[in-house]
Structure formats: structure tokens, C-alpha cells
Design a protein around this ligand. Structure first.
Ligand SMILES: *Cc1c(COP(=O)(O)O)cnc(C)c1O
Length: 357
């Protein structure tokens, strides 16, 4: 199997080996110290301030999106939501469910946001901002500097879903003044799905502690308190946390977050170079390193996905809903190499020879 989806992605052999082992009991000093190290390394890679904290939620990325929104906003906030695709839509839905007053900004399909799109909201009393840095559904990387400047200028609390951009695109939580950053285990961390992570600035930690949340599992006060001793309030996905630990150390040993970003950026550039001449158009005007969104011009996107899966043992990432037949995506995260890119591009060329595309 060769997996070019955007999650779950291919894991290294060492990460998979941990998955084959017995799950250890976790209320131990040994596990606590691994968790403390996980927190430290995630903070380092997110370029968070020293006083920031990390919460590990057993649940997919959406669990942390919802937990973050519930814990840092309430019905007295006014939140701006960038909704340019499936994940932006999810943030809007979470606000709706939790009665958080919000306004949606809709960038055009496949497009970045512009200063003109934010201008009407300057000085209007907004208190919060939600954005998916890489809107993975369409493969658009938003201009985080523009958003950061807008939020700092307006004293707005900024929550960034970096689930598919963490370790892929440059991000400096402290410099950008980001208050909350969210990521997940099954994207560039290249571990199985099941853990999502919330990095909270000192300001965010204070908000969590002052907020009243009507939830047991998602009350982050409890998670922060337990985290002080490297523990979680409830049974966590222990093996995945051990796999994350190994991955973070792998990245550190290979030169740290900047090297990992370069490696993934290199794979993305290599793929984009190799597909020149194939009957695909780029969907996004502002491409992230994690994924390339493509519109095939001679065949249905979902048919290409199915044929590659069934006849070549290669998975690209299909789109759902209205984009099912028009767009597919190719991920550049996980244990992939330039040789793997060549294998995929050769399969595309074979489809061309067979007049399928
Ligand atoms: C993958 C992803 C998520 C999380 O989705 P889950 O299926 O809940 O893990 C959220 N936001 C973005 C931008 C993503 O790419």
C-alpha cells in the first residue's frame, strides 16, 4: 500500500512497532515523564512561549476544535470564522451548537483571504477569531501574518487549527501572537488517529481557568491540572502518545521542526514538478506544503481515486460532497519519499496510456 491521503498517513517502521506492543499501564512516573517531554517538544516545535501549556485529548482533531472553542469562548464573545471549506464550516457549526455569536467570512473557492475581506471587521468589537491555517478540504494555506496583524491590532483572541499545517508550514505561535493552536496525531505527526493536541498560551490558560464549561470530558481545567504532573484526567490513547513521543524525538534528532518543514516542502515541490504535463489543474491559489489539490480535466476525480486504489494499490485522497467528481488531493505528509512520488506519477502516466485520463 502506498498512501497519499491527508490522514491517516503512512507511519515509520519504528512508530508501527510501538503499535504492535502491549499497552503499558500509564499511571506511572515513567509515563508521566514521557508526557512532560511530549509537552516540551510540541511547545518547541510550535514556537510557543515558555509559559504555554499543551493538552492531549483522546479524540480526533474535531474533539480538540470543539474543546478549544467551548473553553476559550462564551456567549459574550463575538467571533469571526474563516469559512472557505469543510473545516471552516466545522468551526462555524461548533460555534452554532455552543451558542457563540459568530460571523463567517467566505473566501472564494481555492482562494486566500485578502486585507479587503478583513477590513469591514476592523474596530467592530470582535473578540475572537477562528481559522484553519491549511483548509485541507480545498488545499488552501491562509495568510496567517495578515490574520495575526488584524487580531493584534484589534485585541482579538486568535485560535488556529493547524491540524494539517503543523510541521508542514512555517508557524511561530509566539511571534504571531496566536493564543491557541490545535493539531492531531494522524497528519504530519504520522501516527495513528486518536490523539489531538491543544497548545494554549498563558492568556489562553487563564481564559480556560476563568470559563465555566458545561462538560466533563471537555473541561480543559481538569486536563491542565492533571498535565502538571504529566497525566490525563481519563484513560488516554497510551500507545499513540508513546508513538507521538518517538516521532517528536525523531524530528528533533533530524534537525527539528524547520528541517521537517523543509523535508515536506521538498516533497510537495517535487510532486508539483513531476505532474507538469498531466491533465490536472491546480485548485489552490495558495498551496500549503501538506497537500496538492487537483482538478482533473479529462476524467472524474473519484474514478481516478477508485482505479488507483483497486488496480495500483495507491491511495490518493478523494473529496466528498459537491467536489466528489471534480477534485482529488495528494498529500505530502507521512513516511513518503520522492521515489514514492515517482511511483504515483508513473501510475498517472499509465492511466493516460490507457486513455482513462
Ligand atoms: C484533519 C483535519 C481536522 C480533523 O479532523 P478529524 O477527522 O476530526 O481528525 C481538522 N481540521 C483540519 C484542517 C484538518 O485537516
Amino acid at each position: 500500500m502506498l498512501n497519499f491521503t491527508v490522514g491517516p498517513v503512512m507511519s515509520s517502521e519504528a512508530v508501527r512497532a510501538i503499535g504492535a506492543e502491549q499497552v503499558p499501564y500509564f499511571r506511572t512516573p515513567e509515563f508521566s515523564s514521557i508526557m512532560k517531554e511530549n509537552e516540551q517538544l510540541v511547545k518547541e516545535f510550535a514556537k510557543a512561549e515558555d509559559s504555554a501549556r499543551v493538552v492531549f485529548i483522546t479524540g480526533s482533531g474535531t474533539a480538540s476544535m470543539e474543546a478549544a472553542v467551548m473553553n476559550v469562548f462564551d456567549n459574550k464573545d463575538r467571533v469571526l470564522v474563516i469559512n472557505g471549506g469543510g473545516f471552516g464550516e466545522r468551526f462555524a457549526q461548533i460555534c452554532q451548537i455552543h451558542d457563540i455569536p459568530h460571523t463567517e467570512i467566505h473566501p472564494a473557492f481555492g482562494c486566500d483571504i485578502t486585507p479587503e475581506m478583513l477590513a469591514p471587521y476592523d474596530g467592530q468589537g470582535y473578540t475572537g477569531f477562528l481559522v484553519n491555517l491549511d483548509e485541507t478540504s480545498t488545499g488552501v494555506l491562509y495568510n496567517i501574518q495578515l490574520i495575526s496583524d488584524f487580531c493584534l491590532r484589534n485585541g482579538i483572541f486568535l485560535v488556529v487549527d493547524s491540524i494539517s499545517s503543523f510541521l508542514c508550514d512555517e508557524f511561530d505561535m509566539k511571534k504571531l501572537g496566536v493564543d491557541v493552536m490545535i493539531t492531531g496525531s494522524q497528519k504530519a505527526l504520522a501516527c495513528p488517529p486518536g490523539i489531538s493536541l491543544i497548545v494554549l498560551s498563558k492568556k489562553a490558560v487563564d481564559r480556560v481557568n476563568d470559563n465555566h464549561v458545561k462538560s466533563m470530558y471537555f473541561d480543559l481545567k481538569d486536563a491542565l491540572k492533571n498535565g502538571e504532573r504529566g497525566q490525563t484526567p481519563f484513560t488516554c490513547a497510551v500507545s499513540i502518545l508513546l508513538q507521538i513521543h518517538l516521532r517528536l524525538l525523531e524530528i528533533k534528532d533530524a534537525g527539528g521542526v524547520d528541517s521537517e518543514i523543509q523535508r515536506i516542502g521538498g516533497l510537495a515541490r517535487d510532486f508539483r514538478e513531476k505532474i507538469k504535463g498531466l491533465p490536472f489543474e491546480l485548485v489552490s491559489q495558495s498551496m500549503p506544503n501538506a497537500v496538492t489539490s487537483l482538478r482533473p480535466t479529462t476524467a472524474k476525480a473519484f474514478d481516478i481515486f477508485t482505479i488507483l486504489k483497486d488496480e495500483y494499490g495507491i491511495w490518493i485522497c478523494p473529496n466528498g460532497g459537491e467536489l466528489r467528481d471534480t477534485v482529488f488531493r495528494v498529500g505530502h505528509i507521512g513516511a513518503l519519499t520522492e521515489a514514492d512520488n515517482t511511483t504515483l506519477v508513473d501510475a498517472f502516466k499509465d492511466l493516460q496510456k490507457r486513455n482513462i485520463i
